[in-house]
Design a protein around this ligand. Structure first.
Ligand SMILES: *[C@@H]1O[C@H](CO)[C@@H](O)[C@H](O)[C@H]1NC(C)=O
Ligand SMILES: *[C@@H]1O[C@H](CO)[C@@H](O)[C@H](O)[C@H]1NC(C)=O
Ligand SMILES: *[C@@H]1O[C@H](CO)[C@@H](O)[C@H](O)[C@H]1NC(C)=O
Length: 394
């Protein structure tokens, strides 16, 4: 015990020293921090933290000013622990409090993070043991999810609950139907007859193939369980746009099949519980017939793999909601539209992963149901480098 403590303190001291030296060196060269740690890959663990937290790029690279801590950096640092430090509390503390400023890349330094995501995605796609959890045909369902901006050669796959309305607005403006994001009426954003934002499915097979192979393609993901919570809240609790079918058709069908004890008088009155929803989602085979009846509405909870076929379509960038402050400007730049339009302001804290909330929602749910749910969404966790939620599974 005492030995372990001493070891920790020594490592902490070493980390401090390395940082002091690097802070000095950073005045002369730029860092390519975190590119190894922008994502957590599988069960990878840290063995030599002090020496691997930051790594200067070779001196031969172009000289750039060191990244300055800014608001953006602080926000990003708030969620990096999810990706960086999920193994031991020691690492967590050292990254949070000591190594933070130089460990968070911005601007040009974001490119390596994005590249690693694409590499991870293609590695996981090749893992045949995940088979049908990661692969999906480029069906009409997928082509319906992808919006086309021909003017700037961009394809955007819609993943609901991940800031999609904002991206659609950006593309509607780029397509020229409206002069600015503010001028698009809210009810038109999702009206694809009128908003000048065609779906890929509306084109001919040749046109589709051409666009898939030459356009800039992107979509955004977030932690899969947080996404499900958000979908549940939005569609079955708040239902802000008044979409009555969730309450009147979908909820009763799920309750009838998945609530352990129900009386018919419950169906309308009590509403869907998160527990019912989790059971339904975890039942891969049993829910297939229901899902066909639910039609398009299932886009709010089917996997990212089913929505966007990321193993079949070679997306240029996959943004993460948790790091949207970095990803949004990076995507605009990579797509060559950063001078023309900007992503609407992101309210502080809104994109941050909230483990407390996840724990609250899952607190009454049996391990068996959580594990089934995870089995169903495991592909999404692995494809996009989200750590498996061990605090719920074990
Ligand atoms: C493939 O996926 C399985 C299941 O998650 C995992 O245990 C295994 O390590 C993966 N293999 C590779 C080569 O990534
Ligand atoms: C994947 O395929 C296997 C057999 O082919 C099947 O048993 C399993 O239920 C499938 N999983 C999902 C999530 O569809
Ligand atoms: C996280 O979620 C909990 C429970 O929903 C909420 O009380 C808390 O304010 C949230 N934290 C943040 C930082 O948003």
């Amino acid at each position: 015990m005492g030995e372990a403590m001493r070891h920790h303190w020594l490592l902490l001291g070493a980390c401090g020293w390395v940082l002091l030296i690097l802070m000095f060196v950073s005045k002369f060269i730029s860092f390519r921090a975190v590119d190894d740690y922008g994502e957590r890959v599988g069960g990878q663990s840290w063995t030599v933290p002090g020496t691997k937290v930051v790594r200067p790029i070779p001196v031969s690279s172009p000289v750039k000013p060191a990244p300055q801590p800014s608001d953006q950096v602080t926000n990003a640092a708030d969620y990096t622990p999810v990706y960086l430090c999920n193994n031991t509390s020691f690492i967590h503390i050292s990254v949070m409090s000591v190594c933070q400023p130089s460990a968070v890349p911005t601007g040009a330094d974001w490119q390596p993070v994005v590249e690693r995501r694409v590499e991870l995605l293609s590695a996981v796609c090749k893992n045949s043991s995940l088979g049908n959890l990661t692969h999906a045909a480029i069906s009409k369902f997928v082509l319906d999810r992808i919006f086309v901006c021909d003017k700037h050669k961009i394809l955007f796959c819609q993943t609901p609950k991940v800031g999609n309305t904002q991206w659609k607005k950006v593309l509607i403006v780029l397509n020229g139907a409206f002069p600015s994001v503010e001028e698009i009426p809210e009810n038109l954003v999702h009206d694809h007859e009128k908003n000048g934002l065609p779906r890929l499915s509306s084109l001919t097979p040749q046109e589709i193939t051409h666009r898939l192979s030459t356009y800039f393609k992107f979509f955004i993901v977030r932690d899969p369980f947080e996404r499900l919570i958000s979908a549940f809240k939005d569609k079955f609790v708040k239902n802000p746009r008044f979409e009555p079918w969730y309450k009147h058709d979908i909820a009763p069908a799920i309750i009838r099949k998945y609530r352990k004890i129900h009386r018919d008088s419950d169906l309308a009155a009590s509403g869907l519980h998160f527990e019912d929803f989790v059971r339904y989602l975890g039942d891969a085979e049993g829910r297939q017939r229901m899902d066909r009846q639910f039609g398009e509405h299932i886009i709010h909870w089917v996997t990212y793999a089913e929505l966007c076929a990321p193993c079949e379509i070679h997306y240029s960038v996959v943004g993460h909601h948790e790091t949207l402050e970095q990803d949004a400007p990076h995507i605009l730049k990579a797509a060559g539209i950063d001078g023309m339009v900007s992503y609407p302001a992101i309210p502080p804290g809104i994109t941050r992963y909230n483990r407390t909330k996840v724990e609250q929602y899952f607190s009454g749910i049996s391990k068996r149901d959580v594990r089934r749910l995870y089995a169903r969404y495991q592909g999404d966790f692995q494809l996009f480098g989200y750590p498996s939620p061990d605090f719920l599974l074990n």
